[in-house]
Design a protein around this ligand. Structure first.
Ligand SMILES: Nc1nc2c(ncn2[C@@H]2O[C@H](COP(=O)(O)OP(=O)(O)OP(=O)(O)O)[C@@H](O)[C@H]2O)c(=O)[nH]1
Ligand SMILES: Nc1ncnc2c1ncn2[C@@H]1O[C@H](COP(=O)(O)OP(=O)(O)OP(=O)(O)O)[C@@H](O)[C@H]1O
Length: 222
């Protein structure tokens, strides 16, 4: 391997290292917030968390797509999803609970929010996207690192994973009939998510009535 190339790869590896620490920080935070929520409300808003560091190939092709030169300066300035976290939850209401928990952290700054749940993309894509900045404490002091957080329901995630695969299979040019079918599937996802919330609400209501009836039976009025 040519020495220049080897040196550049080493430089990239060192450059990307800090993003791994940022992911460690955010993953720890999410675990604590989820456990605390479970303790207080007996409900886990987070089903699972998946994180990834964007590959150097994907970073380079994104820069090229944006018509930018491949330099670490441009990466830092224009690529905001090098460190990415995807949080999956059961209910649409959980998406905003998770958002509130993240937003209320003193050491996290939310730089931007794209609400594709309220305003889905024309293809039917839904998720809440945040770009946040989190400090990573190095021996020379704190460094602020950007992380992309995508929050979505299990149903939205199922749809997005399939759509992503199809998108790559057709190199971005999904045939019209498949796009229509995907959009129909997205509408079903929306129906399913709404139905699941209604069922959950009915269960909660049922359980509350049951508790009240039990209390009445032992002579305690609420
Ligand atoms: N499956 C799927 N994933 C999507 C879609 N749109 C966005 N995403 C995911 O969300 C990420 C960020 O999307 P956006 O927040 O819209 O950002 P963007 O407009 O692409 O902006 P840049 O990341 O700066 O190019 C993408 O890199 C994908 O991982 C979509 O239509 N389908
Ligand atoms: N924030 C994220 N958290 C976790 N996984 C992600 C995140 N963003 C993308 N991924 C996943 O990482 C894998 C690699 O994606 P990659 O970063 O190469 O491209 P992309 O984010 O889908 O698109 P783009 O390059 O246009 O931003 C894909 O499976 C993608 O779904």
């Amino acid at each position: 391997m040519n020495k220049d190339f080897q040196e550049r790869i080493e430089e990239w590896k060192n450059f990307l290292f800090i993003y791994k620490f940022a992911l460690d920080e955010i993953n720890t935070k999410l675990t604590i917030l989820n456990d605390e929520f479970q303790f207080v409300h007996q409900h886990n808003p987070i089903e699972h968390v998946k994180s990834r560091i964007k590959s150097p190939e994907s970073i380079m092709s994104k820069l090229q797509r944006k018509g930018l030169e491949v330099t670490t300066e441009n990466v830092e300035k224009y690529i905001k999803d090098i460190a990415g976290v995807r949080v999956t939850c059961s209910f649409t209401t959980d998406i905003y609970r998770i958002y509130d928990m993240i937003e209320s952290q003193d050491d996290i700054e939310v730089l931007s929010v794209k609400d594709y749940v309220e305003n889905p993309k024309p293809n039917g894509y839904k998720s809440l996207h945040l770009i946040i900045e989190i400090p990573v404490y190095l021996s020379k002091g704190p460094e602020f690192v950007k992380v992309e957080i995508q929050i979505r329901t299990i149903a939205m995630d199922f749809w997005a994973s399939l759509e992503h695969k199809i998108y790559y299979k057709f190199e971005g040019e999904i045939p019209g009939n498949l796009s229509t079918e995907l959009k129909e599937a997205a509408d079903i996802v929306h129906y399913l998510d709404s139905k699941m919330i209604r069922i959950m609400e009915e269960v909660t209501e049922f359980k509350e009535h049951e508790k009240e009836a039990e209390l009445r039976e032992v002579g305690v009025e609420k």
